[in-house]
Design a protein. Sequence first.
Length: 170
Amino acid sequence: MDTKRGTPRPGTVRIVYDPEAPSSEKQRWRPVTSLIRKVCAEQGIRLGRVHLHYHPDGVHTLPDSHPHGEAEYWGKTIFLCTADKDTALHEIAHVWTKSWHSPKWAEAYLYLCEQYMRHEEFIENIKKNASKYAVVRHALKRIYGIVIKDESKGTQRASAQQRAGGRVRS
């Protein structure tokens, strides 16, 4: 922690594992936690904690029961439920930009994906997220000239309660 400001130094991230998770769970999360530390260090992102949720069967089986990730940008904390790069980068972009699904967030998210994913992963993930988030579609068109159809018709809007509460679910 930076003692003057009470904020974490870039790259120093505290990983908090679910207390019910077996020790083998750390191995499953290692590629994602390593990526998070690398991104924060290289980009100068001040992320304090990453809370990892445990699913006994290893699969996030109920997508509507809770989100794959959440970000509390004022507390510099992210919560992850799935051990995938896309969700981690999505939530890091929220903390980095201190915003929800805004144009600023979309640009940061796309930048992180482009920098830290293989080309094939990048293309697959931007197509998936462009169908969910209008701001990602608009950023893709503005930055890369890529046009992707809107297939979701606005199903991924943060509620006023989520925006007011300072936490965004993805």
